[in-house]
Design a protein around this ligand. Structure first.
Ligand SMILES: Cc1cc2nc3c(=O)[nH]c(=O)nc-3n(C[C@H](O)[C@H](O)[C@H](O)COP(=O)(O)OP(=O)(O)OC[C@H]3O[C@@H](n4cnc5c(N)ncnc54)[C@H](O)[C@@H]3O)c2cc1C
Length: 657
């Protein structure tokens, strides 16, 4: 049975009690303890900065040329915190409740409550670092709404929240680098975990410029390597995001939890053809003011602006009057797919719906007229004033849309469609963020912990920074206190030698296949299988077929892959092949997980299990658990279950009506 190490006591007291009673490492000992951090996105950079500040000897790794290029930089919309600055009824409990409900009751209460508790500290920390959050005219921090909530608790920096937060974390990290507490290894890719006596004691990393393999010791290893949405090939993730670090940890004994829980984001620029290798997100913040609709008539030929109100179906507002356009992502995505599948889609592919700003422009224009005390204002002037307000709030997103599509979203509605965006699954961790391998931790999107079967918008940045700045420094310390008697192990230890040889052998095997097909082409084929059969809707037949198809693809990959260039040089094709090999194995596990979970919940929509209205139908009696998979060898996994107990919240059928 999995031990999630949830502290006893009342929900609100658990984290406070934990911090009051966890073991500490004294400053002199901290200087002797080495901590490896794989990844320097928001989770890793904040963890490295915090652990460095505490005095640990930190070695941080990332595969980009700078921590500033982590995928976190792409985050647009915002970060949640229960500050209740709007006095609109928010509280720690409400953020906790919304997150549990938004995740369709498949997350751990204790972790989520802790997340809500520390959310306010994150904002204070970032403001102190100088993160330029948007402010009201009077100087107070501004908030907007994200899906699945009825309050405004999302802090933002225009459409560049991730970038600004990452610069804050990066500065904190660089300060520790300058002080000598953190050593930064950019352009290094972790390719295996080194275990000694069952504990994680280091990593093997490949220098991506020279191809050289390096051995690094750590008393603890923190995996902060982000999510695996790119298993689908087309996603909104950064091109480099991959599962390799988490997958290597999995192969070394760390259980992989809920791998099939992926998030499909409703507002992305639709796929435009076969040539594409990337999808672009239009931030969820756009659902604050934009209205989503399709024509009421199948085969509508008029342009969007020519279709009168009476012939428009604002399907989210119609189906979910209480939350309207701000229903959670899984619900909004499915509703858009349902309309398109029923033939109401727009654009040439008919796989898109409209996101319309006309009403918001008019509304804001009228407010400006009133604010500025103007009279005798023409309709055109009102619209011009409204456009200015919209530009201030969402200007960079509108510009991005215009550049990609060639259309002006101030004049015509945007066309959007759901796309793969985030992975709720990841390495299984206990309350301390420790995996099933002692000494090995997972933070940020790399773990499975807080979002259940569907993450609410603006909660990933919150979780990554909560894990890095506020949780891991206590929980990792609690375990390092027992390591003070253990001196650093030299990397000449046989375990390091063996691990390095294993990595070198695998790279050589990949290179020596000498086949005909590129890693990219395999990736694309894998993505299609997983999207078609383990995407927005899944069923038993499709998943069973997908498992066979992925297994066959793996066989073909290992017999017909071609990697140009050499091993001991800068070779992005080799890097990619290594990652695709892991994605293929993960793809198989995702389908197995989706097949085994015979219910629908959050982003996991099994077509066989739905309500008469087409909503996800959970089966709490049989599936109220986290699926944690243990790797048992080629194509083999064993399922372990972590029962989910709801002591405070009573699970019910999610209702956003
Ligand atoms: C377009 C977009 C917009 C988003 N907007 C928002 C938003 O507004 N609000 C919100 O809350 N969330 C948002 N998200 C989600 C959020 O951005 C991510 O969940 C979050 O940034 C992940 O942070 P992370 O630190 O866990 O991982 P990442 O930022 O992905 O960082 C991963 C790090 O791990 C390193 N790494 C990976 N593998 C290895 C390896 N093998 N060896 C060495 N290093 C490795 C990388 O180099 C990198 O430094 C958005 C996501 C996308 C795709």
């Amino acid at each position: 049975m999995l031990d999630s190490k949830i502290p006893s006591g009342k929900l609100d007291d658990k984290w406070v009690d934990y911090k009051g009673h966890c073991k500490l490492v004294n400053p002199a000992n901290k200087r002797k303890m080495e901590v490896i951090i794989v990844g320097t996105g928001l989770a890793g950079a904040s963890a490295a900065a915090a652990m460095g500040e505490l005095g640990y000897k930190v070695k941080a790794f990332c595969f980009q040329d700078s921590p500033r290029r982590a995928h976190s930089i792409a985050a647009q919309g915002g970060i949640n915190a229960a500050k209740n600055y709007q006095n609109d009824g928010d509280s720690v409990f409400r953020l906790f409740y919304d997150t549990i409900k938004g995740g369709d009751y498949r997350a751990r209460e204790a972790n989520v409550h802790r997340l809500a508790e520390v959310s306010s500290n994150i904002i204070d920390q970032c403001v102190a670092q100088g993160v330029p959050f948007a402010r009201e005219y009077g100087g107070l921090l501004s908030n907007r709404s994200f899906g699945g909530t009825q309050v405004q608790r999302t802090f933002y920096a225009a459409g560049q929240t991730g970038q600004q937060l990452l610069i804050g974390a990066y500065q904190a990290l660089e300060r520790q680098v300058a002080l000598g507490n953190v050593t930064m290894h950019a352009r290094h890719e972790m390719l295996d975990i080194v275990k000694i006596d069952g504990k994680a004691k280091g990593i093997i990393a490949r220098n991506l410029i020279t191809g050289e393999l390096e051995k690094h010791f750590g008393h603890a290893v923190l995996i902060c390597s982000g999510g695996y949405g790119n298993v689908y090939y087309l996603s909104t993730n950064a091109m480099g995001s991959n599962v390799t670090a988490a997958w290597k940890a999995h192969k070394q004994g760390a259980y992989f939890a809920n791998p099939c829980f992926t998030q499909i984001h409703p507002t992305c620029i639709p796929v435009s053809g076969d040539h594409q290798s990337k999808l672009t997100l239009m931030s969820e913040s756009l659902r604050n003011d934009g209205r989503i609709w399709v024509p009421k008539n199948i085969g509508e030929t008029r342009k969007a602006n020519e279709i009168p109100e009476a012939d428009r179906d604002y399907f989210l507002e119609r189906r979910y009057p209480a939350f309207g356009n701000l229903v959670p992502r899984d619900v909004a995505s499915r509703a858009a797919k349902e309309r398109c599948d029923a033939g109401f889609g727009v654009g040439t592919s008919k796989q898109a719906v409209y996101l319309d700003y006309a009403a918001a422009i008019l509304r804001y224009g009228k407010i400006e007229v009133s604010k500025q005390g103007l009279s005798n204002v023409s309709a055109d002037q009102i619209i011009a004033l409204g456009k200015e307000v919209v530009k201030e709030k969402y200007g960079n997103l509108f510009e991005m849309y215009a550049k990609i599509t060639g259309e002006n979203p101030y004049e015509v509605p945007m066309r959007i469609y759901p796309a793969v965006h985030y992975t709720m699954g990841g390495l299984w961790v206990d309350y301390e963020l420790q995996t099933t391998v002692p000494g090995l931790y997972a933070l940020g999107e790399a773990n499975f912990s807080d979002h259940g079967a569907n993450r609410l918008g603006a909660s990933a940045l919150m979780q990554g920074l909560a894990d890095g700045y506020f949780v891991a420094p206590y929980t990792v310390g609690n375990n390092l206190a027992d390591e003070i008697y253990n001196a650093a192990i030299p990397t000449t230890h046989p375990a390091f030698e063996e691990a390095a040889k294993k990595v070198a052998d695998r790279i050589a095997s990949l290179k020596n296949i000498n086949g005909k097909q590129s890693a990219e082409s395999f990736h694309k084929r894998l993505g299609k299988i997983i999207w078609d059969k383990c995407g927005m809707a899944r069923n038993k037949e499709g998943l069973t077929q997908a498992i066979k198809e992925v297994q066959a693809l793996k066989k073909e990959f290992w017999s017909d892959l071609r990697i140009p260039g050499e091993i001991n040089e800068y070779n992005p094709e080799l890097d990619k092949a290594n990652r695709v090999a892991d994605f293929i194995e993960l793809g198989e596990l995702m389908c197995i997980d989706a097949l085994t979970r015979e219910e629908s919940c959050g982003g996991h929509f099994r077509e066989e299990y739905q309500t008469p209205e087409g909503e996800a139908l959970r089966d709490d009696e049989n599936f109220m658990f986290v699926s944690a998979w243990e790797n048992k060898g080629e194509h083999e996994w064993q399922l372990h279950k972590e029962e989910l107990k709801y002591d405070v919240i009573k699970p019910s059928q999610r209702n956003y009506k």
